[in-house]
Write a protein that binds this ligand. Structure first.
Ligand code: ZN
Length: 304
């Protein structure tokens, strides 16, 4: 396939496979009830909230799998271990359709509030659940709510992850060093962004999340198409985060399918799962990016 080269220089060391000028990956975080149980434990007592979340595995996953099959693309589903245990048939249907399974915590716990031992326990328990239910060992990690602490990348490398899909500082895949020392282990980072997440425009649970302003799928499709086309022109990675209970609703799934059709129609666009894109990036000689905590000024120079 011939394609127009990107209009702007790519980051040092980065290139796409021959004939490719940009990539798109469509991801689904199968949060189900876990997102509510982790952040709002009292919702375990609410039939209405639990049923709202169960729309994902009960109703949306079959619809989304049919849609992805029509489009002939491989997606990535990040599944909390607890969700796989509670919804084994839905989880297996995703695996059996050939999609990638990624790690998404155990009970969708934020690692911001966990000590190192608790963070590692959640990671290991997530692995154990995905192995028990699906016989799968994920190579990719998406943190619940994209919350990371400064220790997390090293923990991911220790447990053999190849990539992370959590950070918002780039438009292209990059090599993330897990520490500042020379020779530190690295992961491939597949960057994300809140504007490419379905939760913000669509999701509303009174008193829990959202403003009550639910956008039309036509508006969301237009917004995401602009970003898709702009990133294609930049030779970047369009990494869309969906949640089955959110984007699996009927008209939203239609809009999502239209977006996938548009991505597939772009000359030189590679539509692939996260592990396929991370595997490509891992072959490149990319200079490691080191993230370190900010050096804070002396307190006596901080205003206020
Ligand atoms: Zn999630």
């Amino acid at each position: 396939m011939q394609s127009t080269p990107p209009a702007v220089p790519l980051p040092p060391g980065f290139r796409w496979p021959d004939g490719i000028r940009a990539a798109a990956t469509f991801t689904f975080d199968l949060d189900a009830e876990a997102a509510m149980l982790a952040d709002h434990p009292s919702t375990a007592a609410y039939l209405d909230t639990m049923a709202h979340q169960r729309y994902g595995p009960r109703t949306a996953v079959p619809r989304l799998l049919r849609m992805l099959d029509r489009q002939g693309i491989r997606a990535t589903f990040f599944i909390p271990g607890w969700v796989a245990e509670q919804w084994p048939a839905a989880a297996r249907s995703i695996r059996d359709a050939g999609h990638e399974i990624g790690h998404h915590g155990y009970l969708h716990e934020s690692v911001r509030g966990l000590d190192e031992a608790a963070e590692e326990r959640a990671l290991v328990r997530g692995f154990e659940a995905l192995d028990a239910v699906l016989g799968v060992r994920p190579t990719g990690y998406r943190a619940p709510s994209w919350d990371l602490n400064w220790r997390t990348p090293a923990l991911l490398a220790k447990h053999g992850f190849r990539y992370s899909s959590n950070l918002m500082d780039a438009d292209h895949p990059y090599r993330l060093a897990v520490g500042p020392e020379r020779g530190a282990a690295t992961l491939i980072e597949l960057p994300v962004h809140w504007a490419l997440d379905d939760w913000e425009p669509y999701n509303y649970l009174p008193g829990i999340t959202g403003t009550g302003v639910i956008l039309s799928p036509a508006v969301v499709l237009a917004r995401w198409t602009l970003e898709l086309e702009a990133l294609a022109a930049e030779g970047g990675l369009f990494n869309l985060t969906n949640h089955p209970f959110v984007s699996g609703r009927a008209s939203r799934a239609v809009a999502l399918e239209q977006l996938i059709e548009r991505a597939r129609a772009i000359d030189g666009m590679w539509v692939a799962s996260c592990d396929e894109i991370a595997s490509w990036a891992a072959t490149l000689d990319l200079p490691p990016v080191v993230h370190e905590p900010p050096v804070l000024p002396d307190r006596d120079v901080v205003p206020g």
